[in-house]
Design a protein around this ligand. Structure first.
Ligand SMILES: *Cc1c(COP(=O)(O)O)cnc(C)c1O
Length: 316
């Protein structure tokens, strides 16, 4: 099965800002994992696919918006590892498929559209899906792959950082990736999550809940107490969401372009661009002390960039 012994590049960033502040910055390029399904979604899918396989399921059913990185990753992973896939897509069907959904379709994902109001109510949505697709004997993966198996997979992200570091930074949508990272920290390592939704305290709460859940359920077989991070070595920064999910202004767009030109690392507008903007702003403000090593997780999402111009032109 998937994902073993992948080498994920750790790319050094040496530019005027990092030099001026004496910061060592590296980007863990999980976006380069695989040409079709990359980034944190791969880590979140790993144990879900293994579980589906264990249960003898032939079909994966999952959920997402029309531009969802998770939909794209699930479609590709299903194709590669021999699962049929069903994507429950939020919102109405447009006559012209956007690039994300075109890709999903090429991977033979069956797309099924539901109204935004039904999508919002998860109990109703799951009941509806069960009625529609019970004959498929599917394995259900929640939106974003953010269940316990998803968090477990994200604990493996830091295993790919083969150097000492002081801070690891990641963008946060549901907080599952951050929770996995936090639970994998060793002493003297810190994590900073960048919340990309405008919802005060949301990720802080989600991550805390995941940590509690894992702490309770796996305490018995825990032999490495270092695995569970001491309180106080992680925090969520809510200052760089730019007004909310998928909201972008000129300053952010200019930063993303400039960063790519200078460092040859493309960023997406929804997640990694906001994180990196935040990291640079915090470096400028002296949040990270001189001589510290920061690892920024490039969680992927680049497939969404082609859809981004599409979205602004057609849908909104
Ligand atoms: C889904 C996604 C995230 C958010 O991950 P969560 O585990 O939901 O917090 C971050 N970056 C990218 C590129 C994503 O696609």
């Amino acid at each position: 099965m998937p994902f073993e012994s992948e080498i994920i590049p750790l790319q050094a960033v040496n530019d005027a800002v990092t030099k001026a502040h004496g910061i060592r910055l590296f980007v863990l390029r999980t976006d380069l994992n695989h040409p079709d399904f990359s980034g944190n979604k791969l880590f979140k899918l790993k144990y879900n696919l293994l579980e589906a396989q264990k249960l003898g399921k032939k079909t994966l059913l999952t959920f997402g918006g029309a531009f969802s990185n998770h939909i794209a990753a699930s479609a590709a992973a299903g194709k590669k590892y021999g699962f049929k896939t069903i994507g429950i897509i939020r919102g109405e069907e447009y006559p012209e498929l956007n690039p994300t959904l075109q890709f999903a379709k090429r991977c033979r994902m069956r797309l099924h559209y539901v109204s935004r109001s039904l999508y919002r109510n998860k109990t109703e949505l799951y009941e509806y899906v069960e009625q529609q697709f019970s004959a498929e004997n599917y394995y259900l993966i929640p939106e974003g792959g953010s269940n316990e198996f998803g968090v477990t997979g994200c604990k493996e992200i830091t295993e790919h950082i083969n150097m000492d570091f002081d801070y690891v930074c990641t963008p946060c949508g549901t907080g599952a990736t951050m929770a996995g990272i936090v639970m994998s920290l060793k002493q003297n390592q810190n994590a900073v999550g960048f919340q990309i939704l405008k919802a005060k305290g949301y990720i802080q709460k989600e991550v805390s809940q995941w940590i509690n859940k894992f702490g309770e359920s796996s305490a018995a077989d825990l032999d490495d107490s270092e695995m569970f991070s001491p309180a106080g070595n992680w925090n969520i920064n809510e200052n760089y969401h730019f007004g909310g999910y998928a909201k972008v202004n000129k300053e952010l767009a200019v930063f993303i372009k400039q960063f790519e030109l200078e460092n040859n690392i493309p960023l997406d507008f929804i997640y990694t661009g906001k994180m990196m903007f935040g990291i640079y702003d915090l470096i400028g403000k002296g949040f990270f002390k001189k001589g510290r090593t920061i690892i920024a997780i490039h969680t992927g999402g680049l497939q969404g960039n082609s859809g981004f111009s599409f979205r602004s032109l057609i849908h909104e």
